[in-house]
Design a protein around this ligand. Structure first.
Ligand SMILES: Nc1ncnc2c1ncn2[C@@H]1O[C@H](COP(=O)(O)OP(=O)(O)OP(=O)(O)O)[C@@H](O)[C@H]1O
Length: 295
């Protein structure tokens, strides 16, 4: 049996001692080089799960194993990008990225760290802006610095919490394209939270759908069956795009609530294992659960 690169088993989190857990029984696996997006309604615990994966928060139960080691605290093995970019305002673009590079490789001389940082600044299309301070940058540029910084430490896993949430549609598209390019060039493993179903279909290999909280769970794993060569401009010409999109929207509008309310067979299946579905294709059948560790 193939072991997942990141393996999450039986995770739950309770913020109030005698209250219900925000999420419960969350188990999944992510292979090396896989891009996973998580979608679910506000409050189901997506950010909490991401923080647990980052080692910034402890679960109330369950374990996270990455590359055969249990995640017990923050590490430079995992790069995190939040919705607010959290740049150091007194440093330039270059200074912000170099700071991260020096934390990762403290023995590197300054010129080696700068050269390395510049490579990632170029990659996100910020060549020429190296000496600007965050206050002189647009929102999209700041977010790109955050992405360059996360990539520059060459993490084993990238954790993205709605990184484009605050960007206008045009800038969001440009930065999504940059991210897609870098991820396929570096075969980066990514766990990303988004509220945008089109963004998930563009970027993800698999989309995890979370039911509503409390006691939220990963209700379904949707395999993205669109061709790898999809682009933002052309993907909506493919009928498969709408099959996947309708499936995701139907989940958010109808099924996420039903599952939370504890609707019969659907919930029983979930407890056994997370269903893996390929919307619109033969074998699209949420009643055929597969082991999430293999998903
Ligand atoms: N530090 C905390 N203390 C107490 N409750 C918390 C804390 N952090 C989160 N919660 C609660 O846990 C639940 C899940 O929060 P979380 O931010 O993980 O959800 P989310 O799915 O990421 O939501 P959104 O999509 O709105 O960002 C919410 O009800 C929230 O109020």
């Amino acid at each position: 049996m193939e072991k997942a690169f990141l393996s999450v088993e039986g995770l739950n989190k309770r913020y109030v001692a005698d209250g219900p857990p925000v999420f419960d029984n969350v188990s999944f696996g992510i292979s090396k080089g896989e891009f996973v997006c998580v979608i679910g309604h506000s409050g189901c615990g997506k950010t909490t799960i991401l923080n647990v994966l980052a080692g910034l928060e402890s679960p109330s139960g369950g374990v996270v194993i990455m590359d055969q080691r249990e995640v017990k605290g923050p590490s430079l093995d995992r790069g995190v990008v939040f919705q607010s970019h959290a740049l150091m305002p007194w440093f330039s673009v270059l200074g912000n990225v170099v700071f991260a590079v020096k934390s990762r490789w403290p023995d590197w001389p300054r010129d080696k760290a700068e050269e390395h940082a510049r490579r990632f600044i170029d990659m996100v299309g910020l060549k020429g802006a190296e000496h600007k301070k965050p206050a002189e940058l647009s929102g999209g540029m700041k977010q790109r610095v955050g992405i360059a910084r996360a990539f520059a430490i060459e993490p084993k896993m990238l954790l993205l919490d709605e990184p484009f949430g605050a960007l206008d549609a045009l800038t969001r598209g440009v930065v999504q394209d940059e991210l897609l390019k870098i991820c396929s060039a570096t075969r980066q493993t990514v766990f990303m939270i988004t509220h945008d179903v089109d963004e998930a279909i563009l970027l993800a290999d698999k989309i995890f759908l979370m039911s509503n909280g409390p006691r939220a769970r990963i209700a379904e794993i949707v395999v993205n069956t669109m061709p790898k060569t999809r682009t933002r401009e052309t993907m909506h010409h493919d009928p498969q795009f709408y099959r996947i999109r309708n499936h995701l929207v139907d989940f958010l509008v109808n099924r996420s609530r039903r599952i939370q309310a504890g609707d019969g067979a659907e919930v029983r299946n979930l407890i056994a294992a997370t269903p893996v579905v390929r919307p619109g294709l033969e074998g699209d059948d949420a009643s055929r659960p597969q082991s999430s560790a293999l998903a």
